[in-house]
Each structure stands twice: as structure tokens, then as C-alpha cells.
Design a protein around this ligand. Structure first.
Ligand code: KG4
Ligand code: ZN
Length: 346
């Protein structure tokens, strides 16, 4: 079965054609990073306009690379939630129009489910039951799955998402957007023990990251002898290169520790879990991958998406739809679709 997967929920316009859930026939991603980095973050209106320009060329390229035509496609899958509303509109409109024009079954797909299914794109078949740590720009969740297409959220962030905090701390440190890769890069030259940042006190399996961001802010002000009224955008002017590296390393180490601590708790609560998966844009972080491997590889099979499938792409959308279809999901009506900027997995 060949599925065309379309993704446009944030700042990547992407399309891929995938056979039987994991055979990649094409995978095209056009990123808007260069446009948004000038503003230090994603500007929703600009993102939507850029999707309009990119969507048709991206689709065309996906077919050219796969050497296929619309008649070869068995299903169209598209991210319809969650994401930026203007961005979601463009991908879903392209998908709906194509499904109607070419009479192809249509499957709206959940973005976080797709991130989880990025783990199937390398040809592995993670064993169930499993725990997935979903760490992206918009979400931080621990999800328990007993089987395909079966998702239970057992932990969530109560405030900022982890990727959002990487981006905000990077901005404070004067590093470029997106902050995650920028922090990871300079952290390699920093001392992660240079600054002691507090662990949040949140019960159960939930997360909180806004305190960590404020703790970085206060630690910089203290280290530079600045009053706490100093605006965050001014702090970077007072930091030396070594301080930036050390703050990045200390922040990253604390963020990783928070994630691993909660996942250890989840493993205790779900002793039947056989596999542990990492998913979402922050899964590209090598310090997090290393920490996950050392914490769980003796007790569990640990899976990461291929680096090119960690951040947003169409391949994971097609893969998620494939396993939903195998689990019995019926096609949706392309004339009638809800686009939900915020939503939970159900
Ligand atoms: O999944 P994604 O591409 O988009 C959303 O669904 O949100 O995730 C984007 C997020 C950004 O916050 C970015 O800073 C973060 O993933 N990210 C990283 C790394 N690469 C991307 N965070 C930490 N380390 C990285 N290497
Ligand atoms: Zn994403």
C-alpha cells in the first residue's frame, strides 16, 4: 500500500510517499528556518504564506523522486492537528483537493502520533507494550501504547513544552532559532556543572519547564551582577562565549535529567512496557539520546527516529496512517474536515 503523507503544521512544508508503512519512496522537506530565524521564532502568518508557495512544488518533487503518479497512490494522509491554524489549513487543503480530484481515500492524521511512528521508518518493529517520550516544539508527553493505534497519555507538561524552552533559553543566550540544535552545539564546549539549576517539583508523571527557563534567567543575572529587573533580551550582551557555553550545557543537562527522571517513574508504573521510544523534534538531541540509552538499554529495547525523521516530515505522517489503516481506521470525508490547532490524542 502506497501512502502520500503531507505535513504543514508548523514551519516545514513536507510530502513523502511511503510503501507499507516504512519503505521510503520519496521524502521532501522544505524548511522555513531561514525565514523565521530573522525574527527569532515562527511568525504564524509568514509560515502560512510560505506553505502556500511551497506546497505544490513539494508535492511535485515527492512524485518525481518516487517516479510515481497519482494513480499509484492508495491513500492520502495529512496532519490536521495540532499546529498553527494557518499552516494546517494549507496542507489539509492540498490533501483534500487531491483526494477529491483523484478519488483517493483520505486520512487526517494526528501530528504527535506521526512523530511516534517516525520510529518505524528505519525498518524496526518496536515491541508492544511501549512507552513513548514525545518531545517537540509544542508538546512534552509520555504516551503508553499497548498496540498499534492505541495511545494513552500518562504524563504531560503543565506549562511550556521542552522544545519551546530550548528555543526560549537559546534566545536569552543570543543563539539563533531554532534553539535546540544551537544549544546542543555550544553545550559541547561548556561545563554542565557550572550552574546548578533546580529540578521542578511536580507530582506524578507530569512535567513543568517554565521554572527552568526562569532559573536560567536568574542565574545569568546573578552571575553577571545584574538586577533582576534586567530585561531578558539584554542579558546576552553581558555574557562571554564561555558563559554562554556553560549556561547551554547546564540547561541541557537539567532538561535531560527532568525528562529521564519522569520516564524512570513511568517505567516503574508500567513494568510491562518492553520498548522505549523517543519522538518529536527534541529527539534529535544527542545528549538526550545518550542519557536514554544509558538509563534504559539494559532493561528495555530503546528506539530513536533516524535524525532526518526527528523533526517534522511527511514520511512519519504516512507511516502513522498506514498503521491506523491496518488497525481498521476508515477513510474520512475530504469535504468535511475539522482542523484543530490544539488537541489531545484520543
Ligand atoms: O517536532 P518539531 O520539528 O516541531 C513540532 O512539532 O513542534 O520540533 C521542533 C523543536 C524545536 O523547539 C527545536 O528547537 C527542537 O525541536 N529541536 C531540538 C534539536 N533539534 C530540534 N532540541 C534539542 N536538541 C536538538 N538537537
Ligand atoms: Zn513536530
Amino acid at each position: 500500500m502506497r501512502i502520500l503523507g503531507i505535513e504543514s503544521s508548523c514551519d516545514e512544508t513536507a510530502a513523502a510517499i511511503i510503501e507499507n508503512g516504512n519503505r521510503i519512496l520519496s521524502n521532501v522537506v522544505v524548511s522555513q528556518i531561514d525565514i523565521h530565524s530573522a525574527y527569532g521564532g515562527v511568525i504564524p502568518e509568514v509560515a502560512a504564506r510560505s506553505h502556500i508557495e511551497a506546497i505544490n512544488p513539494v508535492l511535485h518533487q515527492a512524485f518525481t523522486d518516487a517516479k510515481l503518479d497519482w494513480a499509484d497512490i492508495d491513500a492520502i494522509a495529512v496532519t490536521h492537528t495540532p499546529g498553527l491554524i494557518g499552516s494546517l489549513l494549507i496542507g489539509t487543503l492540498a490533501a483534500r483537493t487531491s483526494a477529491i480530484l483523484h478519488n483517493i481515500p483520505f486520512y487526517p492524521t494526528h501530528h504527535l502520533k506521526s512523530h511516534i511512528y517516525a520510529n518505524w521508518l528505519s525498518g524496526y518493529e518496536p515491541e508492544f507494550p511501549l512507552l513513548a517520550l514525545v518531545v517537540s516544539g509544542g508538546h512534552t508527553q509520555i504516551i503508553y501504547m499497548e498496540r498499534h493505534d492505541d495511545f494513552h497519555i500518562i504524563g504531560s507538561t503543565r506549562d511550556d513544552a521542552i522544545g519551546e524552552v530550548f528555543d526560549k533559553v537559546a534566545k536569552i543566550l543570543g543563539l539563533p532559532y531554532p534553539g535546540g540544535p544551537a544549544i546542543a552545539k555550544v553545550a559541547l564546549k561548556g561545563n554542565e556543572k557550572a550552574y546548578q539549576l533546580p529540578m521542578p517539583k511536580v507530582d506524578g508523571l507530569d512535567f513543568s519547564f517554565s521554572g527552568l527557563k526562569t532559573a536560567v534567567l536568574r542565574a545569568i543575572q546573578k552571575d553577571c551582577n545584574l538586577p533582576i529587573t534586567t530585561p531578558s533580551h539584554e542579558l546576552k550582551n553581558h555574557l562571554s562565549a564561555q558563559q554562554i557555553n556553560d549556561f547551554a550545557a547546564s540547561f541541557q543537562a537539567t532538561a535531560v535529567k527532568i525528562l529521564i527522571t519522569k520516564l524512570k517513574k513511568a517505567v516503574k508504573n508500567y513494568p510491562e512496557a518492553k520498548s522505549i521510544l523517543l519522538a518529536g523534534g527534541v529527539s534529535a538531541n544527542l545528549a538526550l539520546r545518550d542519557a536514554l540509552t544509558s538509563a534504559f538499554s539494559k532493561s528495555h529495547r530503546v528506539y530513536f527516529p533516524d535524525l532526518k525523521f526527528s523533526t517534522d516530515n511527511g514520511a512519519m505522517v504516512a507511516s502513522a496512517a498506514y498503521y491506523s489503516i491496518q488497525a481498521g481506521e476508515q477513510p474520512s470525508d475530504p469535504y468535511d474536515l475539522d482542523i484543530l490547532p490544539r488537541s489531545i490524542i484520543h
